[in-house]
Design a protein around this ligand. Structure first.
Ligand code: NAD
Ligand code: UDX
Length: 475
């Protein structure tokens, strides 16, 4: 099929590349010349594992342009994947969606075309996009008949850092539409993924046992609400365990044991129960705010979702409180942050806890040294006024520091020469914001180790031969 993807951000480029990889011809449209130049040169404009390799494998079926006229008229399916960033009142900014819909309307062909909202958009956006396309078409050449156009919602559930994996092997595919033809077209488009008939790339193998992906065909509004509900539910799972972590700390329990103990109940599940600094990123904060704003429009409140947000943003201040408890005075101290990106394996800094924590520390007179393996250049560019001291290595961050905070659990931070790190520091205080490091090992190296929701005493263990198989609580 011929596909156009409007917007080549984290979602758009992943959608374009994976659809080209499974056999479709895809033209990606963006308004950002630097992104287009990078993509045309075969370089990924973002840090996302596997993206550059897939760009090269699918190169002959991929094109990049800033021209709607090149991409839209011939397309059977047009994905809208532009950003919907938050406005101060919690509602998403829909100006990019509006511009994309107008651009499509100006150039849409007269064959049957399915326009798909892949951006996360408020309830009713499907109808709005449909109207905008008709309007833009009308200013060009009269009436666009319903037989030429169907608008669908196909929310995206990929996680940054494993975006290609999640797009090739999704847990489910949700498509909402009022027009039966749109459902049929999108089933056909996604058939290689739904039926798992493509050859997996060697570097992102198919999960064992995956044979088919459930296809959820529904109405437009339900599809739109599925996206917000999924993100809100995941967000509140994290906030729940963080709320329990605070109590665990007070009563001398261990939140990692609690997560295991409740998570192995299949009704609860072990994933998204990792206590820590809390969520960040471009989705959970924005989408929970938007859900609350939508509910308010309909005269409803969402106290559970609102509480999840409150708990989440309090976690960042709790890190500052932990530092204060250890150092007593913050003014004039030097504190190192390991990790800037909101999670490992991405360079995304949107709503990143590290930046928020850095800001809070700077306000209290702390000198903040930072390191991140991929996100430092972006941080310098996007946050020029945040007075951070960027360090080329984690060892440099440790130099003369009064404390270190592990903010992002990059795998490389497990392998650091921690003994040397401790030697370089003025005070070997380590706040592990992700319960990521081996606390016994860190204590043995002389660190004062502070985790989130951990019992400071080592709990009793069964002898190794009797120990039940370890269960990993996955993020
Ligand atoms: P992004 O900001 O990374 O990318 C958006 C892209 O759209 C940019 O490259 C921008 O230049 C381009 N753009 C803006 N206006 C345009 C126009 N008129 N025509 C063509 N291109 C235009 O955003 P993202 O993170 O990829 O998110 C896109 C949407 O997907 C959002 O609604 C988001 O909520 C949703 N989403 C994101 C994720 C994620 O993990 N990032 C996951 C699921 C859903
Ligand atoms: C999320 C959703 O998972 C995805 O389905 C949606 O499409 C976009 O939003 P993403 O933000 O990329 O994806 O990453 P995710 O792995 O969900 O992590 C989000 C945040 O929650 C990160 O800051 C992460 O550190 C934090 N997190 C995650 C926890 O604090 N604890 C956990 O147990 C899991």
């Amino acid at each position: 099929m011929k596909v156009a993807v409007i917007g080549t951000g984290y979602v758009g480029i992943t959608t374009g590349v994976t659809l080209a990889y499974v056999g479709h011809h895809v033209t990606c449209v963006d308004v950002n010349p630097a992104k287009l130049a990078s993509l045309k040169a075969g370089k990924a404009p973002i840090y996302e594992p596997g993206l550059e390799e897939l760009l090269s494998l699918a190169a002959e079926r991929l094109a990049f342009t800033d021209s709607y006229a090149e991409a839209v008229p011939e397309a059977d399916v047009i994905f809208i994947a532009v950003g919907t960033p938050p406005l101060p009142d919690g509602n998403p900014d829909l100006q990019y969606l509006q511009a994309a819909a107008a651009g499509i309307g100006e150039h849409i062909g007269e064959g049957f075309t399915v326009v798909v909202n892949k951006s996360t958009v408020p309830i009713g956006s499907g109808n709005w996009v449909d109207a905008l396309i008709h309007e833009a078409f009308a200013t060009r050449q009269g009436k666009l008949f319903q037989e030429h156009l169907a608008v669908a919602s196909n929310p995206e559930f990929l996680r940054e850092g494993s975006a290609i994996h999640d797009s090739l092997y999704p847990d489910r595919m949700v498509v909402g539409a009022e027009d039966q033809r749109a459902l049929e077209v999108l089933y056909t488009l996604y058939r290689p993924i739904l039926e798992q008939t493509f050859t997996p790339p060697s570097f992102i193998p198919r999960p064992e046992g995956l044979q088919a992906v459930p296809f959820i065909a529904t109405d437009l509004t339900s599809a739109e609400l599925i996206k917000y509900s999924a993100n809100a539910f995941l967000a509140l799972k994290i906030s729940f365990i963080n709320e329990i972590a605070a109590l665990a700390e007070r009563v001398g329990a261990d939140v990692t044991q609690i997560a295991k103990g409740i998570g192995l109940d299949a009704r609860i599940g072990t994933r998204f129960l990792q206590a820590g600094i809390g969520w960040g990123g471009s989705c959970f904060g924005k989408d929970t705010a938007a859900l609350i704003a939508t509910a308010q429009d309909y005269g409803l409140s969402m106290p559970i979702v609102a509480a999840a947000r409150e708990v989440n943003y309090r976690q960042r201040e709790r890190i500052v409180e932990k530092l204060l408890a250890e150092l007593k005075i913050l003014k004039g101290r030097t504190i190192g942050l390991l990790g800037l990106a909101f999670k490992p394996n991405t360079d995304d800094l949107r709503d990143a806890p590290a930046l928020d924590i850095a800001h809070r520390l700077i306000e209290r007179g702390v000198r903040v040294r930072v390191h991140d393996p991929v996100a430092m250049e972006k941080a310098r560019r996007e946050h020029p006024h945040l007075a951070l001291h960027y360090c080329e290595t984690p060892e440099e961050v440790a130099e003369e520091a009064d404390a270190l905070v592990l903010v992002t659990e990059w795998a490389m931070y497990r392998e650091l020469p921690w003994e040397e790190m401790a030697r370089r520091m003025r005070r070997a205080v380590l706040v592990d914001g992700r319960n990521f490091l081996d606390r016994a090992q860190m204590a043995a190296l002389g660190f004062r180790y502070v985790g989130i929701g951990l019992n400071p005493l080592e709990p009793p263990r069964l002898a190794a031969k009797e120990a039940p198989r370890a269960v990993r609580v996955e993020g």
